[in-house]
Design a protein around this ligand. Structure first.
Ligand SMILES: Nc1ncnc2c1ncn2[C@@H]1O[C@H](COP(=O)(O)OP(=O)(O)O[C@H]2O[C@H](CO)[C@@H](O)[C@H](O)[C@H]2O)[C@@H](O)[C@H]1O
Length: 518
């Protein structure tokens, strides 16, 4: 199908206003139209996760919360692959457009979901690419899909198609905001096709790079000039993440400290030189994540009982619930309850928590772990529960409600990350009056005030971690101090609405500089 045919077909589909209802039936939401306003720009978020539809970690949270926080200022919409979970979410999906195929990237259709609060999500529908059992990146055994380069190149190209008006949709973004390696080719295709739409690329985690054999070049229609060190070549491979960094007008990451750290060999994952150059040209900056309004203990519908500052009874209800759910001895309830809510991956330093579990238990603490991830880390957590029955409980799974009740019931959250671009769990914990014990790195260093809203330690070593853990025990033993710290933690200003200005300034700069060039 030629592009113009695709556009004609899409318009026909739009005219027919065909509504595809997949899975459970939900009432069609009231569609709130965005006020036309000259200063309101059209911004397309390109992402592989969106928390209420598909989430494996913090990217899903940010992709859902940030567009909403920006909506009073701009017309922000989201482009997301049509995974099975999305197609079967029960939200009505209206077919509104279609895309032509290109090289080995198949064509597809564009569906539109209007979420209950009016956020518009464009869904890239390609059953052969996305509708599978498993997660967004791999199967149920945690094996990456072998065609991820095709799956996510298709996502990047779809964004460029939107910007070119080739998706059959009259809404054309003024700016593309792409997130992490799965969207890394969006800025690249814009440049390769000579499109003028500017782009911003946000790094949520530099360690995941989307690396492929150079032979994939033809399949993905990557021009030869891109396969150089100054562009997307990385040690003989093609890197989607590097493409995003190379071709976007501006690069952001999710905290000021991580923005500095990734320009150093310890944190740069081999890209430190490339990133340092961007930083020197003023093209890389850190903008801290916020949290969305649903993380409010006074109103969170997931909680068994809502609570506010100083209502420690409300927290006690959840502590008891967590102890029951994780088979922890009720008799241990006079000691502190520690929780871990995390992807179980090397980044999160769970080996350190594993090694300190004995100390934690010996001092009268209990530990509840919720997580899913690398099989070896999962196994090590299971072993802990076997070794300390009644003192350590482990749930290998991904459960939002359980997670929120853990944040509510905990005394302390453990987050000894080796690196942490920003981290959301420590923000959620603080909001819910649970004090993080965390490594002083990345966003953890920026969002936790040591000895005031949590406990920080410097080195990724047992001694350093132990020292912070023992400080937490000492504070727990002094209720007036402990409660004062909880109150301070709950008052940390971290909602997106309080942190949105740097994004607004950035968009303005990018749009103005493109306008100036034109
Ligand atoms: N088993 C489980 N069940 C339920 N919920 C679970 C869970 N495991 C994790 N979660 C949830 O997933 C989210 C994790 O977000 P984080 O930001 O803390 O880390 P993540 O490494 O995934 O994110 C990456 O991207 C984000 C967003 O930019 C950065 O903050 C971060 O530093 C970077 O590593 C939280 O909402 C947490 O509650």
């Amino acid at each position: 199908m030629t592009m113009s045919n695709a556009a004609v077909q899409a318009q026909r589909i739009e005219r027919q206003d065909q509504t595809m209802r997949v899975g459970a039936s939900r009432p069609a939401p009231q569609i709130r139209t965005v006020q036309e306003n000259e200063n309101k720009k059209k911004i397309l978020f390109v992402t592989s996760e969106l928390s209420e539809l598909i989430k494996t970690g913090g990217l899903g949270d940010v992709s859902a919360a940030l567009p909403r926080a920006l909506r009073p200022h701009h017309d922000v919409r989201v482009l997301l692959p049509g995974y099975r979970q999305v197609m079967q979410s029960g939200h009505p999906i209206r077919l509104v457009g279609s895309l032509a195929g290109h090289a080995a990237l198949p064509g597809g259709r564009i569906g539109r979901i209007d979420l209950d609060d009016g956020l518009i999500v464009y869904v890239l529908i390609s059953p052969e690419l996305y509708e599978r059992d498993g997660g967004p990146y791999g199967d149920n055994r945690n094996q990456d899909w072998p065609d991820n380069h095709i799956r996510f190149a298709r996502l990047g190209l779809a964004a460029a198609d939107f910007a070119a008006g080739e998706a059959g949709i009259s809404w054309r973004p003024d700016l593309i905001h792409a997130h992490d390696w799965p969207a890394g080719l969006a800025p690249a295709y814009l440049r390769w096709r000579g499109q003028r739409t500017p782009s911003v690329f946000t790094i949520h985690n530099l360690a995941y790079q989307g690396l492929w054999r150079p032979e994939c070049r033809a399949e993905l229609a990557i021009p030869a000039e891109a396969c150089r060190m100054e562009r997307m070549e990385f040690h003989g491979q093609l890197s989607f993440l590097k493409a995003g960094i190379a071709y976007a007008d501006r690069i952001t990451t999710v905290s000021a400290t991580y923005a500095r750290e990734i320009t150093t060999p310890d944190f740069g994952c081999g890209l430190e030189g490339f990133l340092r150059e961007k930083a020197e040209h003023g093209l890389l900056c850190g903008i801290p994540n916020g949290i969305d309004e649903s993380w409010e203990p006074e109103t969170d519908a997931h909680l068994l009982r809502n609570f506010g500052v100083n209502d420690w009874e409300g927290k006690a209800v959840h502590a008891e619930h967590v102890r029951r759910q994780f088979a922890l001895e009720p008799s241990g309830s006079s000691g502190p309850l520690f929780v871990v809510v995390s992807r179980l991956v090397q980044q999160k330093g769970l080996d350190l928590t594993h090694a300190l579990a004995e100390t934690l238990v010996a001092h009268g603490g209990q530990l509840a772990v919720l997580g899913r991830g690398e099989p070896a880390v999962e196994d090590s957590m299971r072993q802990l529960a076997e070794r300390f029955p009644g003192r350590v409980g482990v749930n290998i799974g991904f459960e939002e409600t359980v997670a929120r009740r853990m944040f509510a019931g905990a005394d302390f959250l453990l987050m000894p990350s080796r690196y942490e671009p920003c981290g959301l769990s420590q923000l959620y914990a603080q909001r819910f009056g649970s004090l993080p014990v965390a490594r002083k790195t990345g966003g953890l260093a920026d969002t936790i005030e040591d000895g005031v809203t949590g406990f920080l330690f410097e080195e990724p070593s047992l001694d350093s971690y132990r020292e912070a853990l023992l400080r937490a025990f000492r504070v727990f033993a002094t209720p007036s101090l402990f409660h004062a710290m909880r109150c301070r933690a709950m008052a940390v200003p971290c909602f997106w609405r309080q942190t949105i200005d740097p994004y607004l300034r950035l968009y303005r700069q990018v749009l103005e500089s493109r306008h100036g060039e034109a």
